[in-house]
Ligand binder design. Structure first.
Ligand code: NAD
Length: 262
């Protein structure tokens, strides 16, 4: 039996990037996929169906608790339960502390923190009822371990996800629900391309090359590599892991200096 056979999985922000990669890998392992996003989902859902996976799309803005509640109710109407939730939807806008307006700060907080809060809160009663659940949150090495200039708002939110992950893990343990976080380094997604464009609009490729050259494995990660970690944390195989940050960064957080070494 495949490791996610018959598991009902909800992935937020699944129209592209990591969310799509996570859905694709989980489909490979037999999951029934519910993709949610504010962006159109038809292309992503059709691509997964072409691969032979069971998939549906639901428009759901994670920062809107009303839309979230409705979206999760639709999943329950169809499947009766949710086994695994992947809180993947997230945004970034580069800007220093002094450049970042209250609106841009709140945009980060609303999507990246409140979004994870809203969806987890909407799903939790159904997981508690089943006395089973796997919650996987997309944090980042950014904020929790490292940071680049211009990431004040983003780093704050991604570090907050780790606090939320641990708090939920502690509370939900008695219901046989686990909650863990994935901390990616740079993964080649539309978000990474956006960061490259914002950092150097006239030569974004040089930013991507610069990132790759600072990673010991010499490249950015792929959405499928993130998907494999999410599939493991979202499956029965990770049953004794909870409240834990799992780093997937090609070794990017290893170097202590750029000058020492033989
Ligand atoms: P992306 O921008 O490529 O895709 C994000 C998806 O989330 C998009 O489909 C977008 O429409 C959706 N989304 C945005 N706001 C939403 C909202 N309010 N409600 C629902 N969906 C919404 O980003 P990505 O690189 O795939 O990042 C996905 C997650 O991985 C994020 O949480 C991000 O912080 C995290 N992450 C990414 C990287 C990286 O290098 N790409 C590194 C570390 C962590």
């Amino acid at each position: 039996m495949k490791k996610l056979e018959n598991k009902v999985v909800v992935v937020t922000g699944a129209a592209m990037g990591n969310g799509f990669g996570i859905a694709k890998v989980m489909g490979k392992y037999g999951a029934k996929l519910v993709l949610t996003d504010i962006a159109p989902l038809d292309d992503a859902v059709n691509e997964l169906k072409k691969l032979g996976y069971e998939a549906m799309g639901i428009h759901m803005d994670v920062s809107n608790s009303y839309e979230v509640k409705n979206g999760i109710e639709k999943v329950i109407e169809k499947y009766g339960r949710i086994d695994t939730l992947v809180n993947n939807a997230g945004i970034i806008r580069l800007g220093s502390l002094l450049e970042t307006s209250d609106e841009i700060r709140d945009f980060h907080f609303n999507v990246n923190i409140n979004g994870v809060w809203n969806v987890t809160k909407a799903v939790m009663p159904y997981m508690q009822k089943e006395r089973y659940g796997r919650i996987v949150n997309l944090s980042s090495v950014t904020g929790f371990m490292v940071v680049d200039k211009g990431e004040c708002a983003y780093a704050t939110t991604k570090a907050a996800i780790m606090g939320f992950t641990r708090a939920v893990a502690r509370e939900a343990a008695e219901y046989n629900i686990t909650c863990n976080a994935i901390l990616p380094g740079y993964i080649l997604t539309p978000m990474a391309e956006q960061i490259a464009n914002e950092s150097n609009p006239s030569n974004p490729d040089s930013v991507i090359d610069g990132i790759a050259s600072a990673v010991p494995l010499g490249r950015l990660g792929t959405i499928e590599e993130v998907g494999e970690v999410a599939a493991f944390l979202g499956s029965d195989e990770s049953s004794y892991i909870t409240g834990t940050p799992i780093v997937i960064d090609g070794g990017s957080t290893l170097p202590e200096t750029v000058s020492v070494g033989v």
